[in-house]
Design a protein around this ligand. Sequence first.
Ligand SMILES: [Fe+2]
Ligand SMILES: [Fe+2]
Length: 470
Amino acid sequence: MMSSQHPGTGILSAMYGAVRALQLYPLENEVVKRGLVEVKEQADSILKLEGGLSIWVAGNYMFVNDLQVKLDLHDYASLSAFREVLRSHGVGRMEASPKSSAEDWQAFLTLIAADPEPGQPPLEALQAELQKNGVSRISVGPPSAMFEGSDAQQSAEAARHTYTRSVKVARDMMEGLVLGKAIGARRAERAVLAVVDQVLQEPATMLGMLTLRDFDDHSYVHSVNVAILSVALGDYLGFNREQLFELGFAALFHDIGKVLIPPAVLNKMGWLNDEEWRLVSQHPDFGLLMMFSVEGSEDLPYRAMLAVYEHHMKPDLSGYPRVIRRRRQGLFARIIALTEAYDAAISNYSKQFLPCSPDEAIRQLREAETGAYDAVITRAFVNMMGIFPVATLVILDTGEMGVVVAPNPNPKSLSRPLVRIIANSDGERVGDGPIRDLTERDPETNQYRRSIARSTDPERYGISVADHVA
Ligand SMILES: [Fe+2]
Ligand SMILES: [Fe+2]
């Protein structure tokens, strides 16, 4: 089993340890020497596995490569102190190339261990010093503007960052496999962990990402969306982090076999002929084979690989691949079958159908014929999403317009979610207005104050719903 701990913590604490040592002792000191060796080793192990090392400071968050590093209780003090060191030099991001040497690290850490010179912009001063010392393989840059702002904005940006990176990893993996490149499982693992953590921390914000439409590559976006939905549903069903990781992994790569199918067939509008259909329906078999060609495949979770093979089988085994002997479609595959149907319905990923609104997609899943999806999992999914899922744009009977930000915590009130008002009853936009609980009643009449009249299409109003969810 692959490790699910945060590899980013190691390099950050090593760097902070070395900085502290450099602040207290001269270079020749043993503590300093050991500290520098530790940094070099930590950096090299990441560089070797991932080909690059970048550290981001983003408000209260830190990222190592794609992965947000959780500040645990025992290393909280040192990691936040290190964040302050970087910040005092105006550093928002730092990059090291695989060729970075022990001398580069020593020079870099010595420079940031010193207080910045007063009176000049700290980042420019640091960059000039790096250049003067011949350090070209470690570079620093300013904080990204996207991470400025309130906590809510920051968490939305952290979610968007994780989302965008995951799309990129999915794309790189799949494109790499087509070209026969050896692709490390490790990078995929980190992308999946980032999704799991982000879903656990900010489920609503992550579900809001499903409505982002500013990507051209629908198949990779579909993979990431299915991963988000599956991890959220797994969490709802009580899975632990390890299980969520395996489920997320399976979900991110459930359609990996499609890379072997010609795009002309995959993107064909209208019905497929027999030959084309035969090809498309082989993608679970192809997928399983491709999982074995991933570098480090012996470490891939077995249940995840099985789910790739089984995700179109259907609980009554009427799907594909056809099976001769009786078997049970696994739990992961049942979850993915449902979440992928939902994403396919709301997105323009499938060329065969027009996208529908989230509440319409939920209705279709509830009304699907028995045997198509697991009944218990479908019910859990509907309870989790609500009848009007997060990020549905709704018109209320008061004439107000709002965006669903959370399902009602009471499963009996599934059609009465929490809604953020974004336009008043005169149709005037109010930005991020108040959040209203639709179970709220007027004490005098005992009538609901607000109910959903209907859902509507955000594109018609030019609204990016994801911006209003967090
Ligand atoms: Fe599929
Ligand atoms: Fe799919």
